[in-house]
Write a protein that binds this ligand. Structure first.
Ligand SMILES: [Zn+2]
Length: 193
């Protein structure tokens, strides 16, 4: 009986090891693919932009809000489900690092700005309100009626903050705190998060 149980246990262990190896290989492949993708995107951006403005994001926050888990899926799961976006979010820290050293090589720069309310601020009249954000993808200012794609709005605000940093040396606007990814394309990091 014991021998039988033991043999079962050994067998289980072997399979478990096998499966564990398989999973590890899969993780490695995913990590490599992500790494490769982040390199391609950061290279492309660096080659075409002397100045890149990104939100100074706390990586943990993004992962938390976007991903959630099986029992409690994140609120933004659907809107953020684009593959590129998801890769960028998971690799955000690495991505910004790549951007920074590539910009340094090429004589450009990366400016990090306060991510607060970038998706809720009207680029037109500067009114800040959650209500400006009618849906994940739609922005409509409750004050002045300015309407635009929400990701683009986030991008405009982030870029404007970047310009303020350059002009003033410091970011003067300190109202905020919300991050929102920019578009489904690879340009997101230039514009928003
Ligand atoms: Zn407005």
């Amino acid at each position: 009986m014991i021998r039988k149980a033991l043999s079962k246990k050994v067998k289980f262990s072997a399979n478990w090891q096998k499966l564990k190896k398989k999973i590890a290989r899969l993780h490695e492949r995913i990590a490599n693919a992500r790494h490769d993708f982040l390199h391609k995107v950061s290279t492309l951006i660096s080659k075409n932009h002397a100045m890149v403005v990104v939100e100074d994001l706390k990586v943990r926050n993004i992962t938390k809000s976007a991903k959630g888990d099986l029992a409690n899926p994140g609120r933004n799961v659907k809107a953020k489900s684009g593959l590129n976006r998801s890769i960028l979010e998971q690799g955000w820290g690495m991505f910004v690092q790549m951007l920074q050293y590539k910009q340094t090589w090429l004589g450009g720069e990366v400016i990090k700005v306060n991510p607060q309310h970038t998706s809720q601020t009207c680029p037109c009249c500067h009114h800040v309100s959650q209500d400006n954000r009618t849906t994940q993808s739609r922005f409509r200012c409750v004050q002045c009626g300015y309407t635009e794609n929400a990701d683009l709005v986030g991008a405009l605000n982030i870029l404007a903050r970047g310009h303020r940093v350059i002009a003033c040396g410091v970011e003067t606007l300190v109202l905020t705190m919300k991050q929102e990814p920019l578009g489904s394309s690879n340009t997101r990091p230039i514009l928003a998060a």
